[in-house]
Design a protein around this ligand. Structure first.
Ligand SMILES: [Zn+2]
Length: 85
Protein backbone atom coordinates (compact mmCIF):
# COMPACT_ATOMS: atom_id res chain seq x y z
CA UNK A 1 0.00 0.00 0.00
CA UNK A 2 1.61 3.21 -1.15
CA UNK A 3 0.54 6.64 -0.06
CA UNK A 4 1.50 10.09 -1.15
CA UNK A 5 2.73 12.10 1.76
CA UNK A 6 3.32 15.82 1.76
CA UNK A 7 5.93 17.72 3.72
CA UNK A 8 3.12 18.85 5.96
CA UNK A 9 2.20 15.26 6.66
CA UNK A 10 5.83 14.50 7.54
CA UNK A 11 5.82 17.43 9.95
CA UNK A 12 2.64 16.17 11.58
CA UNK A 13 4.01 12.67 11.95
CA UNK A 14 7.25 14.08 13.30
CA UNK A 15 5.20 16.01 15.83
CA UNK A 16 3.51 12.84 16.97
CA UNK A 17 6.87 11.19 17.37
CA UNK A 18 7.88 14.13 19.57
CA UNK A 19 4.65 13.72 21.50
CA UNK A 20 5.60 10.14 22.23
CA UNK A 21 8.85 11.43 23.64
CA UNK A 22 6.87 13.81 25.82
CA UNK A 23 8.09 16.84 23.88
CA UNK A 24 4.97 17.95 22.07
CA UNK A 25 3.20 20.99 23.41
CA UNK A 26 -0.52 21.59 23.46
CA UNK A 27 -0.31 23.98 20.51
CA UNK A 28 1.17 21.27 18.34
CA UNK A 29 -1.83 19.10 19.15
CA UNK A 30 -4.04 21.81 17.69
CA UNK A 31 -1.96 21.82 14.52
CA UNK A 32 -2.28 18.04 14.28
CA UNK A 33 -6.03 18.19 14.77
CA UNK A 34 -6.36 20.84 12.10
CA UNK A 35 -4.21 18.95 9.64
CA UNK A 36 -6.27 15.81 10.17
CA UNK A 37 -9.42 17.60 9.18
CA UNK A 38 -8.04 18.18 5.70
CA UNK A 39 -5.88 15.08 5.38
CA UNK A 40 -7.64 11.70 5.51
CA UNK A 41 -4.41 9.70 5.38
CA UNK A 42 -2.96 11.36 8.49
CA UNK A 43 -6.37 11.27 10.13
CA UNK A 44 -6.47 7.50 9.80
CA UNK A 45 -2.95 7.11 11.16
CA UNK A 46 -3.74 9.33 14.09
CA UNK A 47 -7.11 7.75 14.76
CA UNK A 48 -5.28 4.48 15.35
CA UNK A 49 -2.73 6.15 17.58
CA UNK A 50 -5.44 7.85 19.60
CA UNK A 51 -6.79 4.50 20.63
CA UNK A 52 -3.33 3.23 21.42
CA UNK A 53 -1.70 6.16 23.16
CA UNK A 54 -4.49 8.66 23.85
CA UNK A 55 -2.87 11.21 21.57
CA UNK A 56 -3.92 14.77 22.32
CA UNK A 57 -6.45 13.69 24.85
CA UNK A 58 -4.57 15.11 27.77
CA UNK A 59 -3.50 11.65 28.85
CA UNK A 60 -0.20 11.56 30.66
CA UNK A 61 2.30 10.19 28.19
CA UNK A 62 4.41 8.81 31.03
CA UNK A 63 1.73 6.25 31.78
CA UNK A 64 2.35 4.48 28.51
CA UNK A 65 4.07 1.15 28.80
CA UNK A 66 7.40 1.15 26.97
CA UNK A 67 6.29 -1.47 24.49
CA UNK A 68 3.29 0.56 23.39
CA UNK A 69 5.30 3.71 22.98
CA UNK A 70 8.03 1.98 21.03
CA UNK A 71 5.55 0.29 18.75
CA UNK A 72 3.84 3.58 17.96
CA UNK A 73 7.18 5.29 17.37
CA UNK A 74 8.29 2.48 15.09
CA UNK A 75 5.18 2.76 12.94
CA UNK A 76 5.62 6.52 12.65
CA UNK A 77 9.28 6.09 11.79
CA UNK A 78 8.30 3.62 9.07
CA UNK A 79 5.84 6.11 7.61
CA UNK A 80 8.45 8.86 7.61
CA UNK A 81 10.97 6.54 6.01
CA UNK A 82 8.58 5.80 3.16
CA UNK A 83 8.14 9.51 2.67
CA UNK A 84 11.89 10.06 2.47
CA UNK A 85 12.32 7.68 -0.45
ZN1 LIG B 1 -1.31 14.52 6.25
Amino acid sequence: MKKEMSAECAAVLGGISAYLDGELEATACDAIEQHCQSCPSCASVIAGLRDTIGLCRGAAINELPDGVKEKAQASIAALLKNKAR
